[in-house]
Design a protein around this ligand. Sequence first.
Ligand code: ASP
Length: 325
Amino acid sequence: MKNKAPKYLLAIHGGVGTILKENMNAEKELAYKQVLTLALTRGEMVLQKNGTALEATEAAIKVMEDSILFNAGKGSVFTHEGKIEMDASIMDGKNLDAGAVAGVCNIKNPISAALKVLQESGHILLMGKGAEQFALQHHCKFEDDEYFRSDDRWDQLQLAKESQGVWLDHSGEHKSATATVENGGLKLGTVGAVALDLEGNIAAATSTGGMTNKKFGRIGDTPIIGAGTYANNNTCAVSCTGHGEYFIKNVVAYDVAALMEYKKYSLEEAVNYVIHKKLNDQQAEAGLIALDSKGNYSICFNTEGMYRGVVRQGEAIKVAIYKEV
Ligand code: ASP
């Protein structure tokens, strides 16, 4: 019998939400698709060179963190106090090692800080000032407040404050009237990546600025292992996006893995059940990307759209935004 070597696979997301074609134009669409394509290209380069799934997810996420278009790194949304506080996590399906940072300021790439936590800290989740100190000691890049600031994000915060809302960075009605691609407006979503490498190992990673107008040090699902991110070679790698509180109380990423492990669901069945049954019933805006070590993948959401993309060894990069694809 022929020995079947695993083929690499990488899937990414840039958030879910009310992403409607009528609110877009060709130029905006192109801008989003370019960043998604670049993220997949960078991640794929790692996998082509026999890099690990863990490294590939970090590489892909860094591209989206460096873009003003997504709610992570540079494009992060403001807290009630007008600060940028970011969350990120990463998990290795080979050995269940994980790293995460929560409520961190000024770190250019929170996902790289999360990876350092996994590799060097002996812990899993570091928060606030301590996490920043750790990142500094491990040579993570820092940027000043100006780097993260955009006028549209600021306008969005003022609108959220007026209505006393805490907003997911996803829905069209939450955008300021001045939002454009040029000024960084219409930025949608937390970012995530899942990968399968040539050794057959899988990994998941997620990064976000959280929710506009969040208060009191609110932390979402993104840095919580099992809620926003999970990876286990025996089941699947999952990265989530949507209203974080629902993902925490439903332990969503782990729930997908648990359905596979204990109920023997396929990846597709587990993902569909969690998004289209469980989270739909709770009226939670939700999406996730997932894959397993056999090379199956699933991209699933219950909203109008989701920024997303996938590349498999020997195949062309695919990116999409709206529901139809
Ligand atoms: N899940 C993130 C949070 O609640 C938000 C998002 O996915 O955009 O912090």
